[in-house]
Design a protein around this ligand. Structure first.
Ligand SMILES: [Zn+2]
Length: 648
């Protein structure tokens, strides 16, 4: 309590002053992150107690980790609230709680690595003569308000690797630099942003060229497979104006080679590959993906880097392919696709293990290999590598803790946030969209997790999950077994097959989850306890079973299958699932692995045994014939022959 008092009164006070100072008293979400790391190293002699009921644990140190993490984010949420802005990506909050040092007095060390100003600034001091005071000029480097540039063309030549030239179009309000005209009325930085001009951007490009020549910033706007960049300037209100500026490739440009995973001289000799005993590090997951990628038909590939520079990978599983070139459109048209993307919240550890186990079975088990002939499978074992790295490192020190500092992306918001914008703060947020756009999956599974024991924060009033002023019904959080936190379906009169498929898949998932005895027993025990202690909360407690599986189901279906990449028209079965796996290991991890694999396999089997039609059409024109084929979604449950005749 002494530590907490000082944190609340002194440390948080200093943190508030710092955040206000660097932003001249005017905090704005656009300036995020505000600091690099706020790190709390605590060594306290406080043991954890397992109470002997499943994974239930009493741990004051775990509670401190949670309080430090969530209360620090709450602080920024409250400052943001007061100034009507969102400060949701303040920086890395790292509560490192060390349980060693039994009997010794506690030690706390707090450090903040920050920045001098909310925005970068260019300072130029000019001396007129040796003894005179220098003249100081400031230029605020806020983002230029330029519209997204568009690729308008490429120049390429036969037999030459790469592109000779890439052309992009940039449209701005003005053609000439207005600084002289308005110099008396505003700052230079302000004028540039009010009247962004071709002249200014052209000079910037010329400056970059001089920097390249001097061997600086050579990877900026220069790529190894692009000869030169042509910028085609246009004006917003003048359709005739056109001017082109060129930037040739620098001497050491940015590489366009993607990183690759290799398994060296590793060979498969029938040994087990994927463990279900402990949480996986990034290195272990990458090593396994590399090994799986050495099997014929498996392509393990790089998607993007993360905010902290870790790498994001996925793997496509197909039967061994004969040809050199593979048509993505043909793969999508001929067979349905299952996409499983895990570890979005990276302290929810078990999904990486069971997704990779599914990958192992797809290449080593004959029943799974058989299903691969009918279904494309795409596995994405770690969505949030920065969180995974942190959660993995902390569970080595605090094996029984929930470790929510490893849950979101590096700065405190979800690692998928901003994923649909062209330039998100977390590059890793784009990974799922890249896969969904390429594969148009029929089924998308997003396995999550939650604490395996009651979540308690002493200093937040014994509640949990408080990140702001308002708290919801999940503020008490007792495990309730494996469940689906939200299920929606479509009741589209014109497309009734969608609803049929959605419930048939849900039914097969329920059968798989309730059919595993060890998993079913665990679910029954945890659910009974949840009901016993939760029922009194009339606002928060809800109960619904679908064929014996806990599902938080919408009250009614939506009326249309909709349109667009993420609509049920494309992906008609899309669920998040919750396993009590924070932080699972040993037998508990094995149980989490079993339920994870059971539910992913049930959907794979559904697609492999279901029925669908591939339709072929041909049309003749004057001199040509157009042939097309396409697959009619959704995949429906198998029918016996009589029924089939009825349907036709
Ligand atoms: Zn989650």
């Amino acid at each position: 309590e002494r530590f907490w008092d000082r944190l609340q009164t002194e440390t948080y006070g200093e943190l508030i002053s710092y955040v206000m100072d660097i932003q001249d008293g005017n905090p704005a979400g656009d300036n995020a992150p505000f600091f690099d790391e706020f790190r709390v190293d605590l060594r306290l002699s406080e043991p954890d107690y397992r109470v002997g009921v499943d994974e239930e644990t009493i741990s004051s140190l775990e509670a401190l980790h949670e309080d430090l993490f969530f209360e620090t984010h709450t602080l920024f949420s409250l400052i943001g609230g007061r100034y009507q802005t969102s400060l949701s990506n303040p920086g890395r909050v790292l509560p490192f709680v060390d349980p060693s040092g039994a009997g010794a007095p506690g030690v706390a060390r707090l450090s903040l690595t920050g920045k001098e100003r909310g925005n970068p600034e260019l300072l130029v001091r000019t001396w007129a003569s040796e003894d005179a005071e220098p003249v100081l000029q400031r230029y605020e480097l806020t983002p230029l308000p330029v519209q997204d540039s568009g690729l308008t063309g490429v120049v390429m030549a036969a037999g030459v690797e790469g592109l000779d030239q890439v052309r992009v179009r940039v449209t701005v309000p003005d053609s000439i630099d207005r600084y002289e005209e308005f110099a008396a009325r505003s700052s230079e930085s302000g004028i540039d942003r009010q009247f962004l001009s071709v002249e200014l951007l052209e000079k910037m490009l010329a400056s970059l060229r001089r920097l390249h020549d001097a061997g600086m910033m050579e990877e900026t706007l220069a790529w190894d497979r692009v000869g030169s960049l042509a910028v085609d300037f246009r004006l917003e209100k003048d359709s005739i104006y056109q001017k082109t500026a060129f930037l040739p490739r620098s001497r050491t440009p940015k590489t366009t080679d993607n990183p690759r995973l290799t398994s060296g001289d590793w060979e498969y000799r029938g040994q087990a590959l994927v463990q279900w005993d402990s949480p996986m590090s990034l290195a272990e997951s990458e090593d396994l993906l590399a090994k799986l990628g050495s099997f014929p038909g498996v392509n393990a590939y790089f998607l993007t880097e993360s905010y902290l520079g870790n790498r994001v990978w996925a793997a496509d599983f197909l039967p061994p392919q004969g040809g050199t070139y593979i048509s993505q459109a043909k793969l999508n048209a001929l067979k349905p696709t299952l996409f499983v993307s895990g570890r979005e919240h990276a302290n929810e550890v078990s999904s990486t293990n069971h997704i990779l186990r599914l990958g192992e079975l797809l290449v080593t088990d004959s029943a799974y290999r058989e299903m691969l002939k009918k279904v494309n499978v795409v596995l994405h074992p770690v969505t949030n590598p920065d969180g995974a790295e942190l959660a993995y490192a902390r569970q080595l020190v605090n094996p029984d803790h929930m470790l929510h500092a490893g849950r979101p992306g590096a700065l405190g918001t979800d690692a998928t946030s901003g994923g649909s914008s062209p330039d998100p703060i977390y590059p890793e947020s784009r990974a799922r969209g890249m896969i969904r756009e390429a594969w148009l999956p029929d089924i998308y599974l997003n396995p999550h997790g939650y604490p395996s024991h009651e979540w308690v924060q002493y200093f937040a009033g014994y509640s949990a999950w408080a990140r702001g002023r308002r708290v919801g019904p999940r503020t008490w959080w007792v495990p309730r077994g494996w469940f689906i936190p939200g299920f929606s379906w479509v009741e589209d009169e014109e497309n009734p097959d969608y609803q049929t498929a959605q419930f048939a898949i849900l039914d097969s998932m329920a059968a798989a989850v309730t059919g595993n005895e060890a998993v079913h027993d665990m679910n029954q025990r945890l659910y009974a306890r949840y009901k016993k202690y939760g029922e009194q909360d009339r606002d928060g407690f809800t109960e619904y079973f679908h064929n014996g599986m806990v599902v938080s189901m919408r009250l009614r279906g939506t009326e249309s299958i909709g349109n667009g990449l993420n609509s049920p028209r494309i992906t008609y079965f899309s669920v998040t699932t919750e396993a009590p796996d924070e932080t699972a290991r040993g037998d508990w991890m094995d149980l989490m692995g079993q339920v994870g694999l059971a539910h992913t396999t049930s959907t794979l089997r559904y697609l492999a045994t279901g029925e669908f039609e591939v339709e072929r059409e041909a049309e003749a024109f004057d001199q040509a014939v157009v042939r097309k084929f396409f697959r009619v979604k959704p995949v429906l449950p198998p029918t016996d022959d009589d029924e089939k005749k009825d349907r036709k």
